[in-house]
Structures are given as structure tokens and as C-alpha cells.
Design a protein around this ligand. Structure first.
Ligand code: ACO
Length: 339
């Protein structure tokens, strides 16, 4: 007689992968383009260089490489994947780039779609994928965070262009026994009433269509950002959502193995870590090398720390993403590795 499946499955984080562009742009090189300096950028943000997609590379290509890395790490046959979600605000195709990734990955049995929530996108996608696995309707999911904000930066605006870079990261999630759950708790939030401090708005350009009618032309303006407002939002909301998550899960901050925040600014990482008295050694940071890669920062950082052996099987990770929308979220995760 077949076993009755459990109503609720656990979700195991079983693989990770990442990919970054070849071109590296240093602060000194940026100083040749706008009135800035390595000392200003590194002291205000912690960023030393960022990667920029160049000719011969695409965001879809980076995403495929990241997804392949996670699939191989998890020791999966691509045809066993049920779901591919691409978190991005900068797809190569506005209709969605996830199906292209699904095809190139060989995940021919998977449904694939894009999800947009700016720098919170990866976390929102991770939680979305988890719901399909949790309720038993799917077994294996690849969640990718990838962005090419260098396409939408005003390279003559020193207040914003120094912050952003390109990259892709991915994780593999597998439905497992509820007692081995790796997505322990989460919280997601949005506040559109504060959305005007960070936008990538469309162009308001109307052209004649036929007599008496107009149509809007496609296109977007460069990123518009009020840096100080975004900074204040991050240092207020991230500690608050993490505090609620930890206390709601009865997890003391000192029992965390890692704090894995969206990599926007080292000062934000330091402020959040100080609030919970988490030592610097437990705060994952690679923004010195990549800047803010938006939806990619969390899986890019996760993969780096898994690959170099810092994150080990069973480690408890508090993560938080935040950005445009405004949107923000947090999750308490346990790293598993291949089952
Ligand atoms: N180089 C040199 N000087 C600069 C630069 C630069 N790159 N940028 C700004 N300045 C100058 C300004 O012109 C200003 O000079 P002024 O006083 O003569 O006018 C001075 O430095 C201070 O400017 P502030 O904007 O007050 O600088 P601040 O200390 O706030 O740092 C920063 C700016 C780094 C952008 C900070 O506000 C920040 O990190 N904010 C968060 C931004 C962020 O994380 N955005 C992404 C969110 S995630 C997403 O969804 C995409």
C-alpha cells in the first residue's frame, strides 16, 4: 500500500551557483568618468570594484551558468526540476527571461517565470518557490537572482553610478521531510507609498497613432535614487523585521551562524550587525568586489561562502533583502547541501 504523503513538506537548500561578468570596473576607473574618488566610494560604501556585462555576455547567459552551478551542486538531473523562478528587474526580454533559462538548462519539465521585486526579488522568489514545495505540488526548484543594473544607471550621476554592478546567483531547493526544514521562517513587506525614493520609471513619451489617438513609446529613464532616504529606510526596517523574525522563532541572535544581508552598503551591514551584537566575523560581505548587484547579491554571496567552506551543512543563516518598491523581507534559513 502506498504511503500517505505528509501534508506539509520541509524545504532543503541543496545547491548553489553563481556567475559574474568578466569586465571589472574599479573606483579609480570610475573617477575618470565622474567627479569621484576611491577614498570617497570605499569609505561611504565599502565598494572597491564592480563587474559590468560587456559584449559577448548577457544576463540570461549569466543566469544559465548560475542555475547550472546550483543544479550540478545538488546532483540533479535537469529534467527532474519542476520550477525555475528568475528574480530580476532587468530581464533581457520584458516578456520574461526565465523560459529561456529553463530551455538552456535542459529543465524541460519545469515551469519558468520571472518575478520582480528589485533588491528584495531573490528573497521574494525563494519564499514563492517554497510554497509550491511546502504543499507538495512540486519537488525541485531553481531560484535565480540576477540583475544588470549597469544598463539602467546614469553613468554621469556620481550619487548612484558608483553603487551598482551586474551578477547572477542561484539556489536549488528540494522538498524534504518536515523535520529537516531549511526555510524556518520568513516575513515579506511592501510600502508603495514610499516608492518614489528609488525608481526605474518608464519614459512618458507619447506619439501620434491615428487621427485623435496617441500611443506611448517604450523605454525607461535611468535609475532615480534618493540615497539618504533609502539608507534611512534600510537601517530602520531591516533590524526591525529581523528582530520580529528572530523573536517569533525563538532564535537568539547569538545562535546564528551567519548574517547574510542584501549587499547594498557596508555601513548598512555594520549598522544591522551592531544592533544585534553580531560579530563582524559572522557578517557575510563581498560588496567590495561586486557592489550592489540587486536581486543577485544574496545568492552570489551565499554561493561564495558555500564554495569556500565558510557556510557548512546545518548552519543557521538570517537573511534580509531590501530595496525599491519599497520592498523588504527576511528569512531564517538552514543550509543543507546535497541530500
Ligand atoms: N563621489 C564623491 N562625492 C559624492 C559622491 C561620489 N560618488 N556621491 C555623492 N557625493 C557628494 C554629494 O554631492 C554631497 O556633496 P555636497 O554636500 O557638496 O552636495 C556629499 O557627497 C554627500 O552626499 P550624500 O548623498 O549625503 O552622501 P551619503 O553619505 O548619503 O552617501 C550613498 C551616499 C552612498 C548613496 C548612501 O546614501 C547610500 O548608500 N544610500 C543607500 C543607497 C542604496 O543602497 N541604494 C540601493 C538600494 S537597493 C535597490 O533596490 C536597487
Amino acid at each position: 500500500m502506498a504511503e500517505t504523503p505528509p501534508i506539509n513538506y520541509g524545504i532543503a537548500l541543496v545547491g548553489s551557483g553563481s556567475a559574474t561578468p568578466k569586465q571589472r570596473l574599479t573606483n579609480d576607473q570610475l573617477g575618470l568618468r565622474v567627479d569621484t574618488s576611491d577614498s570617497w566610494i570605499s569609505s561611504r560604501t565599502g565598494i572597491h570594484s564592480r563587474r559590468v556585462i560587456g559584449s559577448g555576455e548577457t544576463l540570461t547567459g549569466l543566469s544559465v551558468r548560475a542555475a547550472q552551478g546550483a543544479t550540478t551542486f545538488a546532483r540533479w538531473d535537469p529534467e527532474s526540476i519542476d520550477l525555475v523562478i528568475l528574480a530580476t528587474s532587468t530581464p533581457d526580454d520584458l516578456f520574461g527571461s526565465a523560459p529561456q533559462i529553463q530551455a538552456e538548462l535542459g529543465a524541460k519539465n519545469a515551469v519558468a517565470f520571472d518575478l520582480t521585486a528589485a533588491c528584495s526579488g531573490f528573497l521574494f522568489a525563494l519564499v514563492t518557490a517554497s510554497q509550491f514545495l511546502r504543499n507538495g505540488s512540486m519537488r525541485r526548484a531553481i531560484v535565480i537572482g540576477a540583475d544588470q543594473l549597469t544598463r539602467w544607471v546614469n553613468w554621469d550621476d556620481r550619487r548612484s553610478c558608483v553603487l551598482f554592478g551586474d551578477g547572477a546567483g542561484a539556489i536549488a531547493l528540494e522538498a524534504t521531510d518536515i523535520n529537516h526544514d531549511g526555510v524556518i521562517a520568513f516575513s515579506l513587506k511592501s510600502d508603495g507609498s514610499r516608492g518614489d525614493c528609488l525608481n526605474l520609471p518608464n519614459v512618458q513619451n507619447f506619439q501620434p497613432l491615428v487621427e485623435g489617438l496617441v500611443h506611448q513609446t517604450g523605454g525607461f529613464l535611468p535609475i532615480q535614487m534618493n540615497g539618504q532616504e533609502v539608507y534611512k529606510f534600510a537601517v530602520r526596517e531591516v533590524p526591525s523585521i529581523l528582530e520580529d523574525l528572530l523573536s517569533g522563532s525563538n532564535v537568539a541572535p547569538e545562535t546564528l551562524d551567519w548574517l547574510l544581508l542584501h549587499q547594498a552598503n557596508q555601513r548598512i551591514l555594520d549598522a544591522v550587525a551592531d544592533r544585534f551584537s553580531i560579530p563582524k566575523t559572522k557578517v557575510l560581505s563581498n560588496l567590495a568586489n561586486y557592489g550592489n548587484t540587486s536581486a543577485a547579491t544574496i545568492p552570489l554571496m551565499l554561493d561564495e561562502a558555500v564554495q569556500d567552506g565558510r557556510i557548512k551543512r546545518g548552519d543557521l543563516i538570517a537573511t534580509s533583502g531590501f530595496g525599491a518598491g519599497l520592498s523588504w523581507g527576511a528569512a531564517l534559513l538552514r543550509w543543507q547541501g546535497p541530500i
